[in-house]
Ligand binder design. Structure first.
Ligand code: M6R
Length: 366
């Protein structure tokens, strides 16, 4: 049932092109101009009337939500607040005006996320669930359902669920933007065209998995490492760091690159491995200076960069290139090498990749 792969996690990593495709299926018109989300029961008035959005989730789904916040704010111009479900449910969030609460959960059974959903409903907020499991508790209790259709995810470490949740956020962001007329039709069509190219671009990255294997070998004996990035890259850094900790048991930290100077730089010494993501053109220069800063303290840097970003290539020790796409869509591509780094490191260390210690696939208790 692993289709010839050694582990479910690797199988699920390689299933991503198909999973992304199926999240999109039936939700984009043939001309590639409009998003069709008839599964949602939102009326045009509902879409125009949203004053605020909460995104609530745990773990990897929370990391998808961080990207979702950025996407919805930049496309639909709606303020979005994001919270970890176990915090949200106990912090008495304010529900003023028309609030839409988006809960994100692969399994649809995570106890804290379900409790957050109920809390939001109790305050009169409409709830939209992004989930992979159609008959789950979260799917049943939400007012609006956006399924990711990624197929079953067995490995504890989430991979295809994350990237398909990102696709769901792109579709939702574009859909809300169309209803609120915040994006021109040309811009929307261009973004949709790039969205449709993602499955084959992921395929292209997977075809070069060997290069990433080599880097994973170089970190397996490290005591700790850093992931750094800015903007969307910072959100992806958090996901890469979680994935590595979860299955390799190597400690890592994800840092907003501009925060390094505020304490973390003290931990960089000769030979410290740093994975630096730089996919956001307007932030390239800033990232190059952050990379220079860590290298000056002896760090060995692996850059994850767009193929045409020559300046970054020169500033790092090794580079992993990803194909060019719209700046909002890069997380789907840049996370792939990070998933593979975590996977290969875990295998090299002889860990139980699919069932890491102390963790469960679905956290149904608090
Ligand atoms: O099923 P959910 O998406 O609600 O699960 C949330 C987290 O428990 C989950 O994403 C967890 O962080 C993963 N094991 C990370 O790989």
């Amino acid at each position: 049932e692993k289709d010839g792969f050694d582990h479910y996690m690797l199988k699920e990593i390689y299933e991503q092109p198909r999973a992304l495709q199926s999240t999109m299926t039936g939700r984009i018109d043939e001309a590639g101009e409009h998003i069709l989300l008839s599964d949602l029961k939102l009326t045009p008035e509902d879409v125009r009337g949203i004053d605020k959005i909460y995104i609530v989730a745990c773990g990897t789904a929370y990391h998808a939500g961080l990207i979702g916040k950025h996407v919805i704010e930049s496309l639909a111009h709606i303020p979005v607040e994001i919270d970890v479900a176990s915090e949200f449910r106990y912090r008495r969030p304010l529900f003023k005006g028309k609030t839409l609460t988006i809960v994100v959960s692969q399994s649809g059974e995570t106890a804290d996320t379900l409790a957050a959903l109920r809390e939001a409903k109790r305050h009169g907020s409409a709830v939209l669930a992004i989930t992979n499991v159609v008959g789950s508790s979260i799917a049943r209790e939400a007012d609006h359902l956006l399924t990711t259709n990624a197929g079953p995810e067995i490995a504890v470490a989430s991979t295809k669920a994350y990237t398909s949740q990102l696709v769901a956020f792109y579709l939702l962001g574009l859909y809300l933007a169309e209803g609120r007329e915040t994006v021109s039709s040309q811009e929307r069509a261009a973004l949709i065209a790039d969205l449709r190219k993602l499955p084959e671009q992921v395929e292209a990255i997977l075809a070069h998995a060997e290069e990433i294997h080599a880097f994973a070998r170089s970190i397996q004996d490290e005591g700790h490492l850093f992931f750094i990035g800015r903007g969307l890259d910072y959100a992806v850094a958090l996901e890469g760091s979680l994935k590595l900790k979860e299955i390799s048991y190597i400690h890592s930290e994800a840092y907003a690159a501009g925060e390094l100077k505020h304490g973390t730089l003290a931990l960089i010494e000769e030979g410290t491995r740093v994975i630096a993501l730089s996919t956001q053109e307007q932030l390239h220069e800033k990232m190059v200076s952050n990379i220079t800063e860590v290298k000056a303290r002896g760090a060995v840097v692996l850059g994850i960069a767009l193929e045409d970003n020559v300046e970054l290539h020169r500033s790092v020790d090794e580079v992993c290139l990803i194909p060019s796409t719209h700046s909002l869509l890069t997380p789907i591509l840049s996370v792939i090498p990070l998933q593979l780094i975590a996977y290969y490191t875990s295998v090299a260390l002889g860990n139980d990749v699919d069932r890491p210690r102390n963790l469960a696939k679905s956290v149904t208790v608090e």
